[in-house]
Design a protein around this ligand. Structure first.
Ligand code: NAI
Length: 247
């Protein structure tokens, strides 16, 4: 098993890509810390599924954009598990609109959850990883952070910010044995994307050389690689998984 004995915290893992990641990590022997801000029932169901399959984990509900909640949750996890080896900053939201219609609240909310949340978690968890002399941090960027997307100025700015943050953290934390990478998914079939109008989905599909959207499990596979010992010399990278949509 590739993550035997590791403790992995994945934010926003009650559903979607985060859920696939905790399930995959637990199947590889990690203690999966499932965390989300809403939907504790779904988070507990995810844990029950992991335990039924013979895996281990726990649930911690908190808002990634709230520093006090983040610090308290990380302290509880370290108290319960003794350590955190892997952090996946996956929690994210969209509030799409064209610039002229985008409100300040929608801009701030998206930057708060996606970008500030990644900063707060990285700060709280890397403190422990530094003491442990090692760790793996995987941040969730997006293809639109690299190529832009009309109607997503807030989201693409936050996701491009995550790419820059990832590279700075890789430089700061590398000498401590901590790798920091980002995944930039293209179009993945989750609740976040199924709410997009059919015409928008078709327009994306036309531009994807592999002519299909991806399953969350395919992103989990890349997250597993980046979190594993085998990726020890990979850091500061923003790795696309997009069917060729952007290259
Ligand atoms: P999702 O909406 O299905 O899941 C996101 C989870 O994050 C939800 O369970 C939600 O409750 C949680 N969350 C939201 N705000 C939070 C907060 N303040 N604190 C803690 N948890 C919070 O989304 P999906 O599709 O699984 O996306 C996961 C990540 O992948 C996000 O960062 C998203 O931006 C990114 N992504 C998704 C793509 C896609 O096509 N689905 C493409 C590129 C990136």
């Amino acid at each position: 098993m590739r993550l035997a004995g590791k403790v992995a915290l994945v934010t926003g893992s009650a559903r979607g890509i985060g859920k696939s990641i905790v399930e995959r990590f637990a199947a590889e022997g990690a203690v999966a810390v499932i965390s989300d801000v809403v939907n504790e029932t779904a988070a507990r169901e995810t844990l029950a599924g992991i335990e039924k399959a013979g895996g281990r984990g726990m649930v911690e509900m908190f808002d990634v954009g709230d520093a006090a909640q983040v610090d308290a949750a990380v302290a509880r996890i370290v108290a319960a598990q003794g350590r955190i080896d892997i952090l996946v900053n996956n929690a994210g939201i969209t509030r799409d609109n064209l610039l002229m219609r985008m409100t300040e609240e929608d801009f701030d909310a998206v930057v708060r959850t996606n970008l500030k949340g990644t900063f707060l978690l990285t700060k709280a968890v890397s403190r422990h990883m530094i003491k442990q002399r090692g760790g793996r941090i995987v941040n969730m960027s997006s293809v639109v952070g690299l190529m832009g997307n009309a109607g997503q100025s807030n989201y693409s700015a936050a996701k491009a910010g995550i790419a820059g943050f990832t590279k700075s953290m890789a430089r700061e934390l590398g000498s401590r044995g901590i790798t920091v990478n980002a995944i930039a998914p293209g179009f993945i079939q989750t609740a976040m994307t199924s709410s997009l109008p059919e015409a928008v989905q078709k327009a994306f599909l036309d531009q994807i050389p592999l002519k299909r959207f991806a399953a969350p499990e395919e992103v989990a596979e890349l997250a597993l690689y980046l979190a594993s010992d085998g990726a020890g010399y990979v850091t500061g990278q923003v790795i696309g998984i997009n069917g060729g949509l952007y290259m």
